[in-house]
Design a protein around this ligand. Structure first.
Ligand code: WQD
Length: 323
């Protein structure tokens, strides 16, 4: 099969391309290079530079490469930016998806994997008191970014039902690490790179709040290695390729293991040798205390479980850190 990977020049998308090829699949990358990097695309994989809002280019790409399945990751993904620019986020993440689905259904392509996010859950009560967030936990997104991902899931499901697609929405938890140094995350927007940046500048890492109702007072998250995440996409793609029309899966992708900000900073100190003690800053608005996935459904549906731990995430991210 030939898979079209939108956003395949991005941090996560490039890992999906790599994992697909390791599984023996053909891949074509479609990316507008707004945040993607052309060098992340292997030289023997074609890169089509285009927007998901460009229907004509999508039509041509699907036809020319005889695409038989789509994995859609192209999107804007900064929570704070989405609060400032909601119209842009709805346009790129929701309208871009609508145009892509129109092209996909017109071309008769059936398997469709959608990149969603734990941001759809917002501040889930289910995460407190040691509980896990299941796919049945109510979705109450707290940002325009999270709203566009939830609306995207609805759009995928509705279009999929109407056109007989086989679809999956994958709700990523906190992604970290790299499969190789050249594929490392280049943005400094999440905990691990933000701590690297402070430490390499000789500054103390920042902890946003240590008075949460968690064991050490800092926020707890479910960190997942990007190489594990990429392998989950391959498992989903394979499942959808032979699934009945109308199949629709919604799956958390996490490890089911909670790690606090302080625990993460400790591992970073051990892996980098940079041990400047953190400073405690005020809480960041909108941060939930604890968000940890139940990863049972994906294990049952796809036979996938994460293999790599937090130490491997930190070590591999550090190996690709430019600073
Ligand atoms: C993790 C924890 C911070 C930096 C976001 C999006 C989510 C998804 C992943 C896109 C929090 C704390 C951070 C620092 C800190 N995005 N922190 N000091 O907020 O869980 O999730 O990214 O798909 O939708 O919301 O991730 O890495 O920003 O923060 O104390 O210097 O680390 O407060 O508790 P978050 P994060």
């Amino acid at each position: 099969m030939t898979w079209l990977i939108t956003g395949g020049a991005g941090y996560i998308g490039a890992h999906v391309v790599r994992a697909l090829r390791e599984a023996g699949e053909r891949a074509v990358v479609y990316d507008d290079l707004s945040t993607g990097v052309a060098d992340r695309v292997p030289s023997d994989v074609e890169l089509v530079v285009g927007s998901t809002l460009d229907r004509a280019r999508l039509d041509r790409t699907l036809e020319r490469h005889d695409v038989s399945g789509v994995i859609h990751l192209a999107a804007k993904k900064q929570v704070g930016e989405s609060v400032e620019q909601p119209l842009r986020y709805y346009r790129e993440n929701v309208e871009g998806l609508r145009v892509l689905l129109a092209a996909v259904t017109a071309a008769g392509v059936r398997p469709f994997v959608f990149s969603s996010s734990a941001a759809v859950y917002g501040m889930p009560d289910a995460g407190l008191d040691g509980g896990l967030v299941t796919e049945e936990t109510p979705c109450v997104p707290m940002s325009p970014y999270g709203e566009t991902k939830l609306a995207g899931e609805w759009l995928v499901r509705a279009a999929g039902r109407a056109a007989g697609l086989a679809t999956a929405s994958l709700r990523y938890f906190n992604v970290a690490g790299a499969a190789s140094p050249d594929l490392a995350d280049t943005g400094v927007f999440n905990l691990v790179p933000m701590v690297f940046e402070r430490l390499t500048a000789g500054e103390a890492p920042r902890v946003f709040g240590d008075d949460y109702p968690t064991p050490d007072g800092t926020c707890v998250r479910d960190y997942i290695h990007v190489a594990d995440l990429a392998e989950a996409h391959v498992a989903a793609a394979h499942r959808l390729a032979s699934a009945a029309p109308g199949t629709d899966l919604t799956l958390n992708i996490g490890r089911g293991v909670g790690v606090s900000v302080r625990e993460m900073i400790d591992v970073i100190g051990e892996e980098t040798g940079l041990t400047t003690p953190p400073v405690v800053d005020p809480r960041r608005p909108g941060d939930p205390a604890r968000v940890v996935a139940s990863a049972d459904r994906i294990a049952t549906e796809l036979g996938w479980t994460a293999k790599r731990d937090v130490r491997e995430m930190v070590a591999s991210a550090w190996a690709g850190w430019p600073g």
